[in-house]
Design a protein around this ligand. Structure first.
Ligand code: S3P
Length: 444
């Protein structure tokens, strides 16, 4: 559990950023590598695993459920799995800390095993909606023994002895929800179908295929997908190479765009189309982002990008782009504040249920630093003036991405920007501070 004492910090405007960076492994893929590894029979080798608190908590949960999870070197891990539906009864509470992904995916995996487990997390995770996952899992035969009044954590779930395959239309665009149902569907006989109106990140689908499951992905409507999984496969261990996390790369990338005179190379940025909405948006804003080299890493397309500071202009970000950049809105809002003109980010309802209410916290982060900002329904509207006053203290609400976004903002604003707590950065990007300092960032 994340119990670190608050660690305040101030970002100082200063010299241009320069250098070459590579951010740690992708958080979504890292969680999945541990969970799918635990559901195979045999040894899965993982390289480039993100060693952030969220992922380490998922690793601990897999151990408590009977898998063996070992670190062999930096980013090098092995998992000896127990097979689909093979989890053992855990001896204690599964504590997923700050992580919605870890919690919801493990709920799905446990729903297909004949065991009972209690899930808990920190104060932020306890506030987040779990009913969206528990409802379909109950349809599949899992029993919710207890849940908090809001339907959230702590939750005790009894997995189904004979899971039932279902056809499930996701009520919200959520890769976590889709993945939970597919994970439970692994243990069910016949076909489990997930239909999403808007395609969300497809790492679960890619990894299921990688481990030998039978899975069909078809188009559904204008932006959606229909995923059909054949249950009860014998998952085969296969090595996983985790590419760098584009959601972490977003911070040095935007920092280089807004700190005058900067030039930074960010290596190995994953360009999976379902994760690349920020790059599309920044290019529309006129960002100077050059593709240096493209290659394949672990089955994902990645590129090295050269980013140079320069003028940005406000844009209208369509709602259908949201699933492809859902975690990048706080840092996009920072870029928008330094742009000239209005940026309207549409359809951000899901931001309200992230590690914090990110619609409110993003608006507040900008407001306390002198930026004109408005929330209109589910849209965030930022009036870019080409510069930001700064001088504010940002409340991060146990949210790693708010802390990193505010610190990046302070590197380019007229006055320093303070954040109340940087400790949660360790959940997703434990090397954020040293990496940014190497580029020349002034954090005190
Ligand atoms: C994730 C899905 C997204 C995202 C989260 C990681 C995943 O959440 O915000 O950081 O790995 O599946 P939702 O599925 O709730 O949109």
């Amino acid at each position: 559990m994340t119990t670190a004492t608050p660690s305040p910090m101030t970002a100082q405007p200063g010299r241009p950023l320069s250098g070459r960076v590579r951010v740690p492994g992708d958080k979504s893929i890292s969680h999945r590598a541990l969970i799918f590894g635990a559901l195979t029979v045999g040894e899965t080798r993982i390289s480039g695993l993100l060693e952030g608190e969220d992922v380490l908590n998922t690793g601990k949960a897999m151990r408590m459920l009977g898998a063996s999870v070992e670190q062999r070197g930096e980013g090098q891990w092995t998992v000896h799995g127990v097979g689909v539906a093979g989890f053992a009864q855990p001896d204690g509470v599964l504590d997923l800390g700050n992580s919605g992904t870890g919690c919801r995916l493990v709920l799905g995996a446990v729903a297909g095993s004949p065991i009972t487990a209690t899930f808990d997390g920190d104060a932020s995770l306890r506030k987040r909606p779990m009913r969206r996952v528990l409802d379909p899992l109950a349809r599949m035969g899992a029993k919710i023994i207890s849940a908090a009044e809001n339907g959230g954590l702590p939750v005790t779930l009894q997995g189904a002895r004979d899971p039932i395959p279902i056809v499930f239309e996701t009520p919200v665009p959520s890769a976590q929800l889709k993945s939970a149902v597919l994970l439970a569907g692994l243990a069910a006989p016949g076909e489990t179908v997930v239909i999403e109106e808007e395609a969300t990140r497809d790492h679960t689908e890619r990894m299921l295929k990688h481990f030998g499951a039978q899975l069909r992905v078809e188009k559904h409507g204008a932006h959606g997908r229909r995923i059909t999984l054949t249950g009860q496969p014998e998952l085969e261990p296969a090595p996983v190479v985790v590419p760098a996390d584009p959601s972490s790369a977003a911070f040095p990338l935007v920092a280089a765009l807004i700190v005058p005179g900067s030039e930074v190379i960010v290596e190995g940025v994953m360009t999976n189309p379902l994760r690349a909405g920020l790059l599309t948006t920044l290019r529309e804003m006129g960002a100077n982002i050059e593709v240096l080299a493209k290659r394949d890493e672990g089955g994902e397309d990645v590129t090295d990008l050269r980013v140079k500071a320069g003028a940005l202009k406000g844009v209208d970000v369509p709602p259908e782009r949201a699933p492809t950049m859902i975690d990048e809105y706080p840092i996009l809002a920072v870029a928008a504040a330094f742009a000239q003109g209005t940026t309207r980010m549409r359809g951000l309802k899901e931001l309200r249920v992230k590690e914090s209410d990110r619609l409110a916290t993003t608006a507040e982060m900008l407001r306390v630093n002198g930026v004109e900002v408005e929330i209109d329904g589910d849209d965030l509207i930022v009036q870019g003036k080409g510069q930001v006053a700064g001088g504010g203290l940002v409340a991060t609400h146990m949210d790693h991405r708010m802390a990193m976004s505010a610190l990046v903002m302070g590197l380019a604003s007229a006055q320093p920007v303070g954040v109340d707590d940087t400790s949660f950065i360790a959940t997703s990007f434990p090397t954020f501070l040293p990496i940014m300092r190497r580029l020349g960032a002034g954090f005190v």
